[in-house]
Design a protein around this ligand. Structure first.
Ligand code: IPE
Ligand code: IPE
Ligand code: MG
Length: 253
């Protein structure tokens, strides 16, 4: 769906970066009278489909919210099962990601993660780090507020070392310390599961992202549903503060 294709608005292009809140696994399972973890397992299949679809379409970066800094509040059993699932998925999928030239990055506070999980993440990132195809970002124990705090700490350290003057702290100085640093900002945000909220996901980065919410539960989010989100994106003019006329002129429309 490149610019000028019949499938979208002339000014709408394919997003370079899509960020997704994978919500609704628990309700999907409960409706089927299954344990919540069955929903999380089904959700992994959707996540794999999305990685494949993004590759097919040429979307450069896919960021998936897998576990928030607030999800520790869930019952211990569910948290444990989610962590085990994460380790298992990494072990099973890393080879395939690597074969497909995909670079994996994990964002979030790793200190609280189990040592085995930390090791798997480290191995996966170093194996795939030089891959030049898509980038898959998994947000695990991630919180947008945590990200802002850790960036603030790093900026403060630069000031303390004498590498940066207080007057020179600008958006660029903060942005480069945030978790997604060199990656393009998300163009499209998708939240499944019916809630219209950001739940402490990428707070800084979503400043100008197109927000798309759908009632579809994550395990049911399929190719057709994703196409719907891409069509929504393609039909919206991104103005970044300018007028619609200015943007049209810039795009030669
Ligand atoms: C999202 O699905 C997955 C995680 C937060 C790990 P939920 O588990 O939040 O599903 P619902 O919202 O209870 O249906
Ligand atoms: C957001 O979903 C976090 C992830 C999908 C990992 P939640 O289900 O935790 O969000 P809230 O609690 O409904 O806001
Ligand atoms: Mg939820």
């Amino acid at each position: 769906m490149q610019q000028g294709s019949s499938s979208g608005h002339a000014s709408g292009k394919l997003p370079r970066h899509v960020a997704m809140i994978m919500d609704g696994n628990g309700r999907w399972a409960i409706r089927r009278r299954l344990p919540r973890v069955a929903g999380h397992r089904a959700g992994v299949e959707t996540a794999k489909d999305m990685v494949r679809l993004c590759g097919e379409k040429g979307i450069e970066v896919l960021t998936l919210f897998a576990f928030s800094s607030e999800n520790w509040r869930r019952p211990e059993e569910e948290v444990g099962l989610l962590m085990d699932l994460f380790v298992a998925v990494l072990e099973q999928q890393v080879k395939e990601l690597h074969e497909n030239n995909i670079r994996l990055r994990v964002i979030g506070d790793r200190d609280a993660l189990h040592a085995t999980l930390r090791e798997r993440i480290q191995e996966a990132e170093s194996l795939t780090g030089d891959n030049s195809g898509q980038t898959l970002v998994i947000a695990a124990n991630y919180g947008g507020r945590w990200d802002c705090c850790q960036a603030a700490r790093r900026v403060a350290q630069r000031v303390k070392r004498g590498d940066l003057a207080v007057e020179d702290i600008d958006e660029e100085a903060v942005r480069r310390e945030l978790s997604l640093d060199d990656l393009p900002e998300p163009d499209l945000f998708i939240r499944t599961g019916g809630e219209r909220r950001v739940s402490n996901f990428l707070l800084w980065h979503l400043a100008y992202t197109e927000l798309y919410f759908t009632d579809t539960l994550w395990p049911d989010f399929d190719r057709g549903a994703f196409e719907g989100a891409l069509a929504y994106y393609a039909s919206h003019q991104r103005r970044f503060g300018r007028t619609g006329e200015q943007v049209a002129r810039m795009q030669g429309v």
